[in-house]
Design a protein around this ligand. Structure first.
Ligand SMILES: Nc1nc2c(ncn2[C@@H]2O[C@H](COP(=O)(O)OP(=O)(O)OP(=O)(O)O)[C@@H](O)[C@H]2O)c(=O)[nH]1
Ligand SMILES: [Mg+2]
Ligand SMILES: [Zn+2]
Length: 337
């Protein structure tokens, strides 16, 4: 799980290569945009980015009417969910401006640089499954990030059909999700084979949601179960490791019949929070919030300090030891970085 950030030298070398590549791509694109603008372009209109691929995006003017587009200079950071102004072209269109975002889900790339993943989302669904086995620390990282963005997270346990054959796992997952429910997080259980899809539909109505989580938990399968026409690519788990095989490679937005929009995103191995500081992480653990400032020492690290309110709460059972462990691992990863 804890693959560290690359060394500075490695990061610098890779960045140099990427910068050069981006520069070449941008030059190509400027050429393409100029060629398009010299020809016949339609009038400016509002649009929604429904997929992004390197230096191009697919923009939709209304559900079902979309075109692949080049980007005018300085619009490289566009992601799925962005609202834009664009012009239809013959074959390819051009995005000419980006509208302001009301929210953005970002995460640092392996070089420590913060990269947007999806924009204008109202809800983050953290998808987990019995297989690949969930990591509580990864769930907590998503919860912390969601709290920091002020976006309501929902935990979605998929593949519940596999639980009957794995009673031990069933019991441990029940404990884990019972804990999240007690903390006030909503937990939805689904199986693409037989259950929970109505609850999920209800949770997705009238807003834009994003599916995030490990590879192989069934994010794309769930999109297909809700909307067969989406025809998302789905990949089996690797036979020997029971891990996902990174089937989805780009975030894509679809419109559901229930009136909501849903963004499917590529599965991840780890979710770095290097861009956050200790206070933000602390606030991201809901149950720590009322205790902040209650420790004897103002800069208490909640390790073994006397008069630590957090340790006392763990002792009394008010805070789960697993969550404290998760908190410490996140803080340690910030310090490593
Ligand atoms: N038994 C069972 N298998 C499921 C369920 N949902 C998905 N799967 C299987 O899980 C595997 C992975 O599904 P995907 O939908 O590709 O997973 P993903 O989360 O989109 O993975 P990435 O795109 O790699 O991030 C496939 O073999 C699916 O058939 C479910 O509810 N029950
Ligand atoms: Mg997928
Ligand atoms: Zn403390």
């Amino acid at each position: 799980m804890s693959k560290r950030k690359l060394s500075q030298q490695q990061a610098w070398r890779i960045e140099k290569i990427q910068r050069e590549r981006a520069r070449r791509a941008a030059r190509r694109d400027v050429g393409a945009v100029e060629a398009l603008e010299g020809g016949e372009l339609g009038p400016e209109q509002d649009g929604l980015v429904v997929a992004h691929y390197g230096t191009q995006v697919t923009v939709e003017s209304e559900p079902g009417i979309a075109q692949r587009c080049h980007l005018r200079a300085n619009l490289e950071g566009l992601v799925t969910g962005d609202r834009v102004v664009w012009c239809e072209g013959d074959g390819m269109g051009v995005v000419v401006a980006q509208r302001e975002r009301h929210s953005v889900l970002s995460r640092p790339d392996p070089y420590g640089k913060l990269k947007p993943v999806a924009a204008n989302i109202d809800q983050i669904l953290v998808v987990v499954a019995p297989f690949p086995e969930p990591h509580a620390n990864l769930i907590d990282r998503y919860l912390v990030a969601a709290e920091a963005m002020g976006i309501e997270p929902v935990i979605l346990l998929n593949k519940t059909d596999l639980l009957a054959a794995n009673p031990g796992l069933d019991a441990s997952l029940e404990r884990l999700f019972g804990m999240y429910t007690t903390l006030g997080y909503r937990v939805i259980r689904t199986s693409i084979k037989n259950s929970g899809l109505e609850d999920l539909q209800l949770a997705l109505r009238a807003r834009t949601s994003v599916f995030v989580g490990q590879s192989g938990v069934g994010k794309s399968s769930l999109v297909n179960a809700l909307l067969p026409a989406a025809d998302m690519r789905v990949g089996a788990l690797s036979e020997n490791t029971q891990k996902g095989t990174h089937t989805t490679t780009t975030a894509r937005l679809v419109h559901l019949e229930c009136g909501g929009s849903l963004i499917d995103s590529p599965g991840i191995r780890e979710f770095g929070l290097w861009h956050m500081n200790r206070e933000q992480v602390e606030r991201g653990f809901r149950e720590l919030r009322p205790l902040l400032g209650a420790c004897k020492f103002r800069d208490c690290r909640h390790e073994r300090e006397p008069g630590c309110a957090v340790l006392a709460a763990v002792e009394s059972g008010a805070i789960g030891a697993g969550r404290l462990d998760s908190y410490r691992r996140i803080i340690a990863s910030l310090e490593e970085a």
